[in-house]
Design a protein around this ligand. Structure first.
Ligand code: PLP
Length: 415
């Protein structure tokens, strides 16, 4: 079957008609149609190559030939549930146990993180006889109802907090109550959890322990795939590779932090790296719109990246583990160019902001005029030079400034 059977617009129209709108697209204003993946790259229907910094689920790289072969070979022989004896499931459990601490030696394979966490919750409740749970603020544990109840990231926007759910602060050493200048933030955050537990107990309630379990359904095919993934991890030494490329990436990003004040913090382990963007150093206010803008400009440069964090201001790198030193260098060079461009625009807007109104009307208004429409000229309030137009905003005309017919060209703030 051809990968691209219909044009992108037709696919989008069908998707809008047939799929729930809550199943969101990346880059909703201009979604990408991906037809092929290989290693750390994804390809659209026109053949354009994107570097994938989002997809850590394709752990050892998209469509790794050994993983594809293992799935294909096992699919030709048998795929069924885990209720029969089969060597793949015990081989996979054994291989996994060799990578884990000794105590973690009993497995229950499931299809998703959500199912695993739901089972963990049931096990903890069954074992302890207690119902209440303590979770970290902003945490996400999955999309089942049982997990939405214990995920502040989700329940805050839905039904709210249940009386049996207790929230401890996120151990955030950049913006949280205990920061980098604290002598022992780990102990301080752990004490917060103890404090929450004590206050729950004082109310006569009892708390369950919760720990996450492993994923996959345990079928012969999924276990064959799991075994192939472990083989590739070992053969290509991907853990050592990720540690090496990850520290190089952090070092390059560190150089950017020294150059661009919008970068407040860089943190991560291996190839899971966050770049925390701020509006100003003193308040550490999340630079949410700027992060959105950067992500859309990176996409124009064929780099796929997403944001995360309570303020949606953290650029989140989590590429497949085969992401290379060259990829790191390329992505950071593009990030640098976009940030430099942003800063120049902000500087010229700052100059415009100080001019009388007539100067604002005279060309070149250019892209930075977009910043001005967010303010209310009638009241004389203009946004700070640090404000960017959110992607959803479509202001074409404002009372005092008529912008060009197309104020949102590809390179402008609003993509
Ligand atoms: C921390 C965490 N827990 C649970 C889940 C849910 O996993 P799944 O999407 O496989 O159900 C996710 C998925 O993104 C996750 O990031």
């Amino acid at each position: 079957m051809a990968a691209d059977r219909r044009g992108k617009a037709a696919t989008l129209a069908l998707r809008r008609r047939l799929l729930s709108s809550s199943c969101r697209l990346f880059f909703p204003e201009d979604p990408i149609k991906i037809v092929r993946g290989q290693g750390q790259y994804m390809y659209d229907e026109q053949g354009a190559e994107y570097i994938d910094c989002i997809n850590n689920v394709a752990h050892v790289g998209h469509c790794h030939p050994l993983v594809v072969q293992a799935a294909h070979e096992q699919n030709q022989v048998l795929n069924t549930n885990s209720r029969y004896l089969h060597d793949n499931i015990v081989d996979y459990a054994q291989r996994l146990s060799e990578t884990l601490p000794e105590k973690l030696c009993v497995f229950y394979f499931l299809n998703s993180g959500s199912e695993a966490n739901d089972l963990a919750l049931r096990l903890a409740r069954q074992y302890t006889g207690h119902w209440d749970v303590v979770v970290l603020d902003h945490a996400y544990h999955g999309h089942l109802s049982s997990l939405i109840d214990i995920s502040p990231y989700k329940f805050r926007g839905l039904d709210g907090q249940k009386e049996w759910v207790h929230v401890a602060p996120l151990p955030d050493t950049y913006r949280g109550p205990y920061r980098e200048d604290h002598p022992n933030p780990a102990v301080a955050y752990a004490s917060e959890v103890k404090r929450v537990v004590s206050s729950v107990q004082e109310k006569g309630r009892k708390v369950s322990d919760l720990c996450p379990l492993t994923q996959f359904g345990g079928s012969p095919v999924s276990c064959a795939v799991g075994l192939a993934v472990l083989d590739v991890l070992e053969k290509e030494q991907l853990q050592a590779h990720a540690a090496c490329v990850g520290s190089f990436l952090m070092e390059l990003l560190g150089q950017q932090k020294a150059k661009h004040p919008i970068i407040g913090d860089i943190r991560g382990v291996g190839l899971f790296v966050g770049v925390d963007l701020i509006k100003d150093k003193a308040t550490r206010t999340p630079a949410t719109e700027e992060a959105d803008y950067l992500v859309s400009r990176l996409k124009e440069n064929y780099i796929l990246l997403s944001t995360d964090g309570p303020g949606r201001n953290v650029l989140k790198f989590k590429p497949p583990m085969c992401f290379s030193l060259d990829n790191a260098q390329h992505v950071v060079a593009k990030l640098d160019a976009i940030l430099t461009d942003m800063e120049e625009k902000m500087r010229s807007c700052e100059t415009l902001r100080l001019q009388p109104e007539a100067a604002l009307l005279s060309p070149p208004l250019g892209e930075c005029a977009l910043l001005l429409v967010l303010g209310d000229p009638e009241l004389g309030s203009l946004p700070s030079a640090g404000s960017f137009v959110p992607q959803q905003a479509k202001p074409f005309v404002c009372k005092h400034f008529v912008l060009s017919d197309d104020p949102f060209p590809q390179s402008s703030f609003n993509t």
